[in-house]
Design a protein around this ligand. Sequence first.
Ligand SMILES: *[C@@H]1O[C@H](CO)[C@@H](O)[C@H](O)[C@H]1NC(C)=O
Ligand SMILES: *[C@@H]1O[C@H](CO)[C@@H](O)[C@H](O)[C@H]1NC(C)=O
Ligand SMILES: *[C@@H]1O[C@H](CO)[C@@H](O)[C@H](O)[C@H]1NC(C)=O
Ligand SMILES: *[C@@H]1O[C@H](CO)[C@@H](O)[C@H](O)[C@H]1NC(C)=O
Ligand SMILES: *[C@@H]1O[C@H](CO)[C@@H](O)[C@H](O)[C@H]1NC(C)=O
Ligand SMILES: *[C@@H]1O[C@H](CO)[C@@H](O)[C@H](O)[C@H]1NC(C)=O
Ligand SMILES: *[C@@H]1O[C@H](CO)[C@@H](O)[C@H](O)[C@H]1NC(C)=O
Length: 216
Amino acid sequence: MGLGNSEVAVALLLFLSCSCSVYGDAGDTITTSQPIKDPEAIESAGKMFQLGFFSPVNSTYRYVGIWYSNISASTPVLWVANRNKPINDSSGMMTISEDGNLVVLNGQGEVLWSSNVSNGFNQSTAQLTDDGNLVLKAGPNGNLVWQSFRQPTDTCLSKMTLTANARTGNKTLLMSWRSSSDPSVGNYSAGVNPLGIPELFIWYCHDPNPGSMTGT
Ligand SMILES: *[C@@H]1O[C@H](CO)[C@@H](O)[C@H](O)[C@H]1NC(C)=O
Ligand SMILES: *[C@@H]1O[C@H](CO)[C@@H](O)[C@H](O)[C@H]1NC(C)=O
Ligand SMILES: *[C@@H]1O[C@H](CO)[C@@H](O)[C@H](O)[C@H]1NC(C)=O
Ligand SMILES: *[C@@H]1O[C@H](CO)[C@@H](O)[C@H](O)[C@H]1NC(C)=O
Ligand SMILES: *[C@@H]1O[C@H](CO)[C@@H](O)[C@H](O)[C@H]1NC(C)=O
Ligand SMILES: *[C@@H]1O[C@H](CO)[C@@H](O)[C@H](O)[C@H]1NC(C)=O
Ligand SMILES: *[C@@H]1O[C@H](CO)[C@@H](O)[C@H](O)[C@H]1NC(C)=O
């Protein structure tokens, strides 16, 4: 005696949902138990953005970045985590470290990039939102402790605000790639002038260190 149609359907559904959770959509979050390893990626809930590993044109180095889901692999990368410290092979991973920070590690477990929030916290989860923001939330209440919108690469997304604090001089800067095959900090940056009326200024800098920028 065989299975009834409904039993087959239930079995098929169970099979499908199982295979989805294993092989399919990786979700939009990174946790200690759910890191991403090259070439894995996560995707925002509405399938707007993806975060994963990429190599720029004419480069074999691997970087963790965010790009639009809907366009092909050669489209602009909107944000790069380890822009100044590439992974030299495909053994990289992005995970949550023991101190709660979001980190990019190479195959040797060296930290190439960290969200580098110093406050002691726990139970962190990183999530890629449909605005293209990578947010790190921690603690039982999921407090926002870090977000990629406050540490942009060279692209301003519509929900991102470039901020400047006139009192502290702290500002969010966009900094160009060195070249199309090298996302490390290049010579151009843009941000809001903290001392004047909000206005977009372009700086030319000889030194990637923002402290030595000269205005134009
Ligand atoms: C990639 O390398 C090829 C061959 O050296 C060169 O012709 C091409 O312009 C390079 N592309 C970019 C975007 O640098
Ligand atoms: C991809 O998505 C972005 C953001 O929603 C949109 O601006 C763009 O037009 C889309 N491109 C294509 C090819 O659908
Ligand atoms: C890659 O990086 C690791 C650790 O940083 C280093 O030991 C290794 O020599 C590098 N390999 C190459 C080919 O540069
Ligand atoms: C973290 O921040 C501290 C202080 O700003 C800095 O000295 C250190 O180099 C940073 N570490 C990383 C991995 O970015
Ligand atoms: C982290 O959580 C552990 C238990 O889960 C707790 O013992 C520890 O005090 C927490 N640390 C912080 C900084 O909240
Ligand atoms: C600038 O912002 C960073 C990160 O938000 C913060 O840690 C730092 O204390 C701020 N610096 C000043 C001078 O306010
Ligand atoms: C960027 O600055 C460096 C150092 O001043 C210089 O050697 C290089 O030619 C500049 N690159 C571009 C694209 O202007």
